[in-house]
Structures are given as C-alpha cells and as structure tokens.
Design a protein around this ligand. Structure first.
Ligand SMILES: [Zn+2]
Length: 356
C-alpha cells in the first residue's frame, strides 16, 4: 500500500498500521553540514549567556578550526544521517573561514558520494575581516559559475555592511539564484527586515525569522529545535503563510523528528495548534525544492498521517531512491559504508576538538 505525492489530509485518514507507505524525499530547508562533528565538543572557555555569545564562543571557534578533511567528513556524516532519515535534499549553509576556496566542492562531493542532493551556499560574513567576506563571495561565485547548484550564502545582517549586502544581492541576481541568509534569528538582528527590504526576492531563503518585523519576499526556513536550543524565542511561523519550510539548522536532518518538535512547539504556544499545520511546513519543502519529488522513500510505518506521526517516534526509511537510483536498501546505504563514515568522522572530530 503506498501513497505517492502529497499526503492525505486528516479528514481522509484511515488506519493502515501494518502497511507501508511512500513519500517523495524529504527536504531539509536549512542545514549546516559543517557542524556534524560538533556534538560532544569541548565546553567553551566561558558559559555563553546570549545568542551572540553562543556564536562567538561555540560556532565561530568551531568553523574557524575546520580544515578540508574535517569539512569533507563532517559533510559525509551529515549526508549519511540525512539519507538514513529519508531526507534527499539538503539546503546547506557552509562556513569554514580557514579553508574557504573549494569548500563548497567538498560539501557537494560528499553528498554526491552518499547519494543525496544538496544546494550549497558559502556563508559570507565580515565578522573577521573584509578580505574573508570577499573570499566567501568569490567561493559562491566560483561554485555557482562552474555549474554547482545552490544559493549565494550570507551569514546575517548583523555581520554584514550595507555595501556587502548589495554585492551579495547583485551577485545572486546576476547568477539567477536566491540568497540563503539567517534573518532576525535573535533580537540582536532585529534590524534585518528593514535592511533586507530593498534586496529580498521570492527566490531568497530566509532562515529563522524569529524577530522579523515585516513580510519579505522569499521562503522562510523554520528551525524550531535550534531556536529552542538557543533560547531566541518562537518564530510563530503561521504568520508567514504558505512559504514556510522546515530546517534543522545543523542538528541532523531527521525531518520527521523536526516535524514532531515543530508541532510540540506550536502547541506549547497555542493549545489549538494541529499536527497538520506543522506537516504543511514539511510538505512545503517539495515546493521549495521540487527535485525531491523525483525521489521516493518507502517508510517502516503507515499511515503517514500527521496525527499519527506527531506521536510516533522511530519511523524510518526502509528504501530510498534518488532520481530512480536506489541509494538506501533494507535501511542501509547502498553507495557508502556507514560504519566507515562514522569511524572517519570520529577521527576528524578528535582532530577538531584538539584544536579548540
Ligand atoms: Zn543556521
């Protein structure tokens, strides 16, 4: 028994507890594959007490310590975990300030090796220097001009000057792609809406938007678990209408789990919230990244209905086909050795932690 295409609405649901069901590949609308090695990293020198301190003491120390081998195995691990969760399209946002040139190729090659799709972006930021921002801009241009699929990446308005925002927007328009940028994730970036208003276009991907104070053209990537983890507040994504998709912000790529968290967070805010609304954010990934519709995931559980899945942990893909090619069979990856990837990633994590 299978259900291809968009899933049934709750009014049409029927229990099929012993059947199997299929969906298109799931989409992670905002990921950081470079952060796959971060789990278990050494504690920062001082306890971060705000979102800017979390960036300065955790993420900006970690990304600066990455070298090409770490970038590669971090992306391999993240891509493997995506595949094992039925996620076949990753919209990635990469940062490795000590090895910028060529880094998007490493991410793209890792995803291709595992068999999942990725749209890459390099996170341009002036947080360290203008030279570094220029190198990031150049990496986006190089990768996209060579035929790579992706966005022009930008960190966030609060680490970018207006002239650099203009350059990013112009490069993206020139290459006919959107800009993938963090928007008003925390109150420290509350000016983002005003500053982006003149540049944003419908093909832009706006991550978080927790404190966004106006409508902007583009897609919103809602990352409920990350927002809770950073204590930045609730994005109330219903206010953005239909162009909201789910991302993980680098905490894996298990989109069924992110859906469950999205539902629980919505429910905490409003006791009348339904799993259907959170499910619509998952389905929106198929409009944002329609290439996922060419992929198929056979799941271990049916019915694939929001009211069941919101309360059913542990639903896993049994088989995944990407563009007609089987890349996961019997729950295991076909193109790569999962044990080897985890071992290599652990080695690189050890090297990375020694640098922090
Ligand atoms: Zn992010």
């Amino acid at each position: 028994m299978s259900t291809a295409g968009p899933l049934p609405d709750p009014s049409a649901r029927a229990p099929r507890a012993n059947g199997v069901a299929t969906t298109p590949g799931l989409v992670c609308a905002h990921h950081h594959l470079y952060s796959s090695l971060a789990r278990g990293m050494p504690a920062p020198p001082a306890l971060p007490r705000s979102f800017p301190e979390i960036l300065e003491q955790v993420w900006w120390r970690l990304d600066r310590a990455l070298d090409p081998a770490m970038v590669r195995w971090s992306a391999m691990l993240g891509a493997l975990e995506a595949l094992e969760a039925g996620t076949t399209v990753i919209l990635d946002h990469h940062s490795s300030p000590s090895c910028i040139e060529g880094s998007l190729d490493l991410v793209a090659e890792a995803c291709a090796a595992v068999g999942v799709r990725v749209r890459c972006a390099y996170e341009v930021s002036e947080r360290h220097s203008l030279d570094e921002a220029r190198a990031g801009l150049e990496e986006n241009a190089r990768f996209l001009r060579a035929g790579g699929r992706g966005f022009v990446g930008a960190h966030a308005c609060f680490t970018l000057s207006d002239p650099m925002l203009a350059e990013l927007a112009e490069l993206a328009a020139d290459l006919d792609v959107g800009v993938h940028i963090h928007v008003a994730e925390d109150r420290c970036d509350a000016e983002a809406g005003r500053r982006l208003a003149r540049w944003a276009r419908p093909d832009w991907l706006l991550a978080h938007c927790v404190h966004l104070d106006r409508e902007l053209p583009g897609w919103v990537a809602h990352n409920p678990r990350s927002n809770m983890n950073n204590a930045v507040g609730y994005a109330r994504p219903l206010r953005f209408g239909e162009r909201v998709a789910l991302g993980t912000d680098g905490i894996g790529a298990d989109m069924l789990e992110e859906f469950r968290v999205a539902y629980a967070r919505a429910r905490e805010d409003d006791v009348t919230a339904t799993p259907s609304a959170a499910w619509s954010w998952l389905e929106a990934g198929w409009s944002l990244a329609p290439e996922a519709l060419e992929d198929e995931v056979v799941w271990s559980y049916a019915p694939l209905d929001p009211w069941y899945l919101a309360f059913t942990p542990g639903v896993r893909p049994v088989e995944v086909r990407v563009g007609g090619r089987t890349v996961l069979a019997g729950g295991a990856p076909v193109l790569v050795d999962a044990v080897e990837i985890r071992a290599k990633a652990a080695e690189q994590a050890e090297r990375l932690f020694a640098r922090l």
